[in-house]
Design a protein around this ligand. Structure first.
Ligand SMILES: Cc1cc2nc3c(=O)[nH]c(=O)nc-3n(C[C@H](O)[C@H](O)[C@H](O)COP(=O)(O)OP(=O)(O)OC[C@H]3O[C@@H](n4cnc5c(N)ncnc54)[C@H](O)[C@@H]3O)c2cc1C
Length: 549
């Protein structure tokens, strides 16, 4: 069967790509290995009546342009803002609640340090300054510093340099945020350990690193970007679960004519004389197309689906440089009732249940949790980030029941002893014991649990090494270096083969960036004349996000 373009993987980025291409009048086929669409951005009914966001659980990064262009609200997409956004209970019975209400946040931080309460808005303004430079880049194809001198890349690089210049002395702050470690920055701005550890947990989300390690400041920064219903820096739940994003995008794609097939595992990308010709499924079925956009990671795309030998050696070396280490484990829990925190009692949905509950009482706790992972052991006392979307969204559970998502670190993919299949129940029990110390009704309120180990992230979601971002977002694999120098424009050494998932710029997260694509690039898929507005065609950057992204 022949198509204009085939998309490998029905993650939200692949779906964005499909939707834009179908809107451009292309005959598009999406092939998804699982029985459900959405990849990591998915809702699954794990237990009857419980709609679980099994992987990703909060959103702020999905680009507003995509919501608008694809009319996602018409297709059922709805954001539910969270306020407060975080609740950190501490062993001494105190707690810290934050955001987005500025007065409440000021009051709360003042309980620990008046100076920190005054400093937080200044710290946020600093991040805003950096964001004003970085955020626009997320929607663009990264310029290629190794491109021609008179190219559009050079113009973009000059524009970028001018913006950095406009920061003046604040440029050094920006450089630290983009390349440095999170803890020294937090330590300079704030004195209260309670505030610092609450902020620091966002710096290690999805990475096997401690906040004292270079590169973690960017992860922290990554988590302050985005928006919810037009309000900057606010994370929210998606009504009905994260699948509400993917399902709305899929509906838009299908409305525009895209064909979507689930239970269709791609095993091979077909090529002839350095050009892509289609894909083959593991059952042997073949589909032809002059354009294939891969929404899976580089390991699968270039080392499993292709014979790496057909790729230039320097490109292979760059792909081998990608770090797939991970230390994330997720437990989804069905609950009879919400946790009754000793620090702020109550089981009716209260402010302590609406945002992310951070269990990470001190800097030493955080570092020791990482120390274990360093030696291939799951943390003895892991960091827990718990969210209960059902406290805000009553469509997720049977009446009166609740759901908790526990995002846990560190759980290294590579264990020095044993396997995750052997130790996962014991590790989950440990996590439950820890939460129970803060909310003594927790364990007896559990109806069921689903443990997703790093190995399951690989087996079920196709994430090599269990890395939640399709490859670490380290400095040497960001922006014009993601996934490889000279190939950050979503193209690959194989003509007609593009990357459209988190493996490409801007990386992991529910982004779905879009970019403007020149017609000559788009002409690879024949004519773009039905796509407006000319001359720059709006298509998802991953041809064409991750190309959603
Ligand atoms: C546990 C976890 C929690 C996260 N939490 C958040 C969060 O709260 N907020 C946030 O913004 N981001 C979060 N992320 C990151 C974010 O979800 C991902 O970066 C993003 O969803 C990636 O989207 P994608 O479309 O690029 O790729 P994916 O979602 O990885 O989609 C790839 C798709 O390809 C399919 N596939 C794999 N192999 C094949 C094959 N051989 N043939 C056909 N199809 C195949 C997969 O089944 C999948 O559907 C989280 C990720 C994880 C794993």
């Amino acid at each position: 069967m022949k198509y204009d373009a085939i998309i490998i993987g029905g993650g939200h980025n692949g779906l964005v790509t499909a939707a834009y291409l179908a809107k451009a009048g292309k005959k598009v086929l999406v092939l998804e290995r699982r029985e459900v669409l959405g990849g990591c951005c998915v809702t699954e009914e794990v237990w009857p009546g419980f709609k679980v966001s099994t992987a990703a659980y909060v959103n702020s990064l999905l680009r507003p342009e995509i919501i608008k262009d694809l009319e996602l609200k018409k297709h059922g997409f709805e954001m539910l803002p969270r306020s407060p956004s975080s609740f950190s209970p501490f062993p001494d019975g105190r707690y810290l609640m934050m955001g987005p209400d500025k007065e409440m946040t000021h009051r709360e931080i003042s309980k620990f340090s008046k100076k920190d309460a005054e400093n937080l808005p200044k710290y946020e303004a600093m991040l805003e300054r950096v964001a004003s430079i970085i955020e626009p880049l997320l929607d663009q194809t990264p310029p290629d510093p190794w491109g021609g001198l008179l190219s559009r890349d050079t113009t973009r690089l000059i524009q970028l340099a001018m913006k950095v210049r406009s920061l003046g002395p604040a440029g050094a702050e920006a450089a630290e945020v983009l390349t440095g470690a999170a803890w020294p920055i937090l330590d300079r701005w704030f004195e209260s350990e309670q505030l610092k550890v609450t902020l620091a947990t966002d710096a290690v989300i999805g990475v096997q690193a401690s906040p004292t390690m270079p590169g973690t400041a960017y992860v922290l920064f990554h988590h302050v970007m985005g928006e919810c219903n037009g309000v900057r820096g606010v994370w929210g739940y998606v009504r009905g679960g994260m699948g509400g994003i993917s399902n709305a995008i899929a509906a838009a794609a299908q409305q525009a004519g895209a064909e979507i097939r689930t239970r269709s595992e791609v095993s091979k990308i077909l090529t002839k004389e350095g050009k892509v010709t289609g894909v083959a499924l593991s059952d042997g079925t073949e589909f032809q197309a002059p354009v294939v956009a891969s929404g899976v990671d580089c390991h699968l795309t270039f080392k499993k689906f292709l014979d790496p030998k057909i790729l230039p050696e320097d490109f292979q070396a760059a792909i081998d440089q990608i770090d797939y280490s991970s230390a994330t484990l997720k437990i989804n829990v069905a609950l009879e009732e919400l946790p009754n925190f000793t620090a702020l009692p109550g089981t009716g949905p209260g402010p302590q249940h609406r945002g992310t509950v951070h269990i990470c009482p001190s800097f030493d706790y955080l570092e020791q949790a990482y120390d274990d992972a360093k030696y291939g052991r799951p943390s003895k006392s892991p960091i827990l980030e718990c969210t209960m979307a059902s406290a805000v969204d009553d469509t997720l559970t049977p009446a009166g029941k609740h759901l908790m998502s526990m995002f846990i670190q560190y759980a290294p993919y590579k264990l020095r002893e044993g396997t995750w299949d052997d130790i996962k129940e014991q590790f989950a029990d440990r996590c439950f014991d820890i939460l129970n110390e803060y909310a003594p009704n927790f364990k007896k309120s559990v109806i069921a649990r689903q443990i997703i180990t790093p190995l399951d992230l690989e087996r079920t979601y196709g994430l090599t090494g269990g890395n939640i971002f399709q490859g670490a977002m380290s400095l040497h694999k960001m922006f014009f270096l993601r996934p490889a120098a000279g190939y950050a424009n979503y193209r690959t050494p194989i003509k007609g083969l593009y990357l459209c998932g988190a493996a490409a710029h801007p990386g992991g997260g529910s982004w779905g960036p879009v970019d403007e694509m020149p017609p000559e690039k788009f002409s690879r898929i024949k004519s773009a004349k039905d796509f407006s507005p000319p001359p720059w065609q709006r298509v998802s950057t991953r041809i064409a996000i991750l190309c959603s992204n």
